[in-house]
Ligand binder design. Sequence first.
Ligand code: HEC
Length: 485
Amino acid sequence: MVPFFRKHSNVLYSLFFGTIVALFSGCELLGDDPTPGIGDVEVIAYDQHIQSIFDNRCTSCHGANSPDSGLRLDGWTFLIQGSDFGEAIIPFSSIDSRLVKLLDPIGSIQHPADVGKEKLSEDEFGLLKRWIDEGAIGPLGSSPFASSLNLLYVAHDSEPVISIIDTDAWIVIRRVHLEDYGFSERARAHHIAVEPDGSIWYVSVGSPEPTDAEGVVKFNRQNQKLGQFETPNPGLLALHPTQDVLYVSRNLNTSEPRSLVELRRSDMLALEIPTTFAGTHALAIRPFGDFLFSSSVDVDQMVIVDLSSLEVRFFDIGGVKHGFGQFSISPSGDRMWGTGMESNTVTLFDISNPFGVVQRQSLNVGGSPLDLTYLPDASKVYVTIPNANKIVVLNANLDIVERNITHAAIQGPMGVSVSSNGQHIFVSNRNTSGIYPARHVFPGQTNPGTIVVVDSSTDTVVKVIEVGKGAALIGSRVVVPTFSN
Ligand code: HEC
């Protein structure tokens, strides 16, 4: 152990780098300009303008009685629930909406209604698109899922997009395009953290091009950008359980800068915590909020930060080279598992005395384990194994592998997150192999990523949600620990 002291007073919050960009130009307010040539409709009224198109053109097949694909178009509340396979529209994003991609009168995709029948007129199609881009407002004047509380944010590593899933409805309800917020087409979301009450979310955004903007962006529930802190190669995010602070590690495969970032959530001002080593990725905070753990992928060292004094110590990780991708700490705060991306093992640490970490056993799980999470009741730990297309379930009482979960849609699993009641586990899958077949194959959009929903009482897959290409790390509302002291 190498003690290394640093005091709060030595470090000033770097006002210079913090930028508050209170731009209320968010997704929910954006919308394409009205498509020209759709007649005199100034304000679209759902029943009059939209439902009438569905009634004339769609409900013969998508009505109340055995609707095709389970999609009912005989009312707004049915339309927004989507089909048996997923969402039909994504409010504010006609370009991402299946209904638009399938029904495009000049598109090449054949939808059954087109076969032997006339396609939608350009006016009808333009009106549907405009209605979606204005937020798919229903008869009562609100957008679908505008006040959903349980949301899962999905970073995509092959396009500058974040998908948002309603984890009660299990469909995609929004798509946030980073280019709408001043980022380049090369920008990629890396990780997402969400406030416990769901009101605010943060995303780390990187780019392979050093001159592009990179940093951590703060959004509200309506996807309006509230602030941004610029920092190179931001990686994983961890919210402090009780204080106004967010910690940021570095992206994998990057050596600089050699620091973690401590960000004040309220104003996005930051403080850097030097780590001396490169490749700091894994990041976890004890549930009491007293200590932070991170580690280097390069040198297999762990950094432990006392968050009240900011005293920093290092711990040399033993055995073969692990290259920890992520840590997950038990709800009681005394045990921590880490994913050894290079050792193909998961390793247990006793952290009951944080500055006196004890390394315990490693379990061989194969396939370069990446992300992991404890269940809130501490009984199990779920681990994604991207290179072996499986989820490993650890029995966290016996410290053994309890079972492997495999499924046609578990292809290159990446991020894992748990619902706040512990009932469901959400796992993102990149599906680059394309083994999981797409509902529809649109040009340039083959091999969709998925979110697989696992029921934690049976460890079986209960739902597969198609979510677009390159589904990578994910984030949902953090579960606030309750203490009985
Ligand atoms: C002649 C029957 C018929 C009519 C009319 C029809 N559909 Fe369909 N629709 C189908 C069938 C069959 C499928 C399933 C095959 C597929 O997905 O390609 C389908 C699938 C869909 C899907 C994809 C569902 C999913 O999640 O995979 C959407 C969206 C859709 N229809 C929208 C519409 C709209 C909007 C209209 C009216 C403009 C319409 N349909 C009219 C038969 C019809």
